[in-house]
Design a protein. Structure first.
Length: 280
């Protein structure tokens, strides 16, 4: 073996050890017995590992509050797992990368709001360029797969909307209908917070009402073109029906709102690192 080959081997092992540092597992309160959730913090953002697998996307025709664009129910498969942020991106995290904070109510611990789909993608592009990893908005299928966490019910905790108060902030329990601090309610079985409320979240995909009728079965990424982008998850201005895991919404990519934010996915390991200093 040459010296250069040995050197690359040592560097590969060192990088693996570096990435393993801080990687933890835990058992959320809502998790089935014996299930562990793997988390890691990248650049001040906590991520949850979502394993490869198959799920049923959409809602059955008899689900209360269902809309036509949520069907038909169809099988979607992910051959590879992915990292997704446990909560929506906060104002502090956004400002670290973009050096600005457009939020309606400025408070660094709150989710960033008043960000368009274009702004959210710009955040992902800059973070990717700075880190050498690949960050993006989740596809609609990634979002629902992670939010469902192995369930098939209207909500990740079951079908009873009266239980929503324990899991998320929505119109029924949020005075003033303003964004709340993330991760205050119980997570889903895979450790994600606020998938049914707080702020709605941009997804990568172009929206089409009939997309499920011809969606690919493996890791779909949405239609090729269209005037609006998918928005998922309930919010502090949404009633319980609109907070269901299969509920779909959409908006023009330049739209901003005090009730829309985003979370991100990470697909690749870094090839170079950039240090982000603590916020002042």
């Amino acid at each position: 073996m040459s010296i250069s080959t040995k050197t690359y081997g040592i560097l590969a092992v060192a990088l693996a050890l570096l990435l393993a540092i801080g990687c933890t597992t835990f058992t959320p309160r809502t998790t089935a017995p014996g299930t562990k959730v793997r988390t890691h913090e990248f650049y001040g953002i906590e991520f949850v590992w979502i394993p490869a697998g198959t799920f049923q996307m959409g809602s059955p025709v008899d689900e209360a509050g269902r809309n036509p664009d949520e069907g038909p129910v169809h099988t979607v498969r992910f051959n590879e797992g992915f990292w997704i942020s446990r909560s929506e991106i906060t104002q502090q995290q956004y400002a670290h990368v973009m050096n600005e904070n457009p939020s309606a109510e400025v408070r660094e611990e709150l989710p960033v709001t008043n960000v368009s789909w274009i702004d959210a993608m710009a955040f992902c592009a800059k973070l990717s360029a700075d880190s050498g990893a690949a960050y993006s908005l989740p596809t609609e299928a990634q979002w629902e797969y992670a939010a469902r966490a192995g369930t098939t019910s209207a909500y990740h905790f079951g079908d009873d909307p009266l239980l929503l108060d324990a899991y998320d902030w929505y119109a029924g329990n949020t005075p003033g209908n303003t964004a709340q601090f993330p991760a205050q309610r119980a997570p889903n079985r895979w450790g994600l917070y606020d998938v049914h409320g707080n702020v709605s979240e941009w997804c990568y995909d172009v929206y089409a009402e009939d997309y499920y009728q011809h969606s690919p079965s493996v890791a779909p990424t949405g239609p090729e073109q269209g005037p609006t982008r998918v928005v998922r998850g309930g919010s502090v201005i949404a009633e319980a029906d609109a907070c269901r895991v299969a509920a779909r919404a959409h908006a023009a990519p330049e739209t901003t709102s005090p009730s829309i934010g985003f979370r991100i996915v990470r697909d690749k390991l870094p090839t170079r690192l950039r240090y982000y200093p603590p916020a002042e």
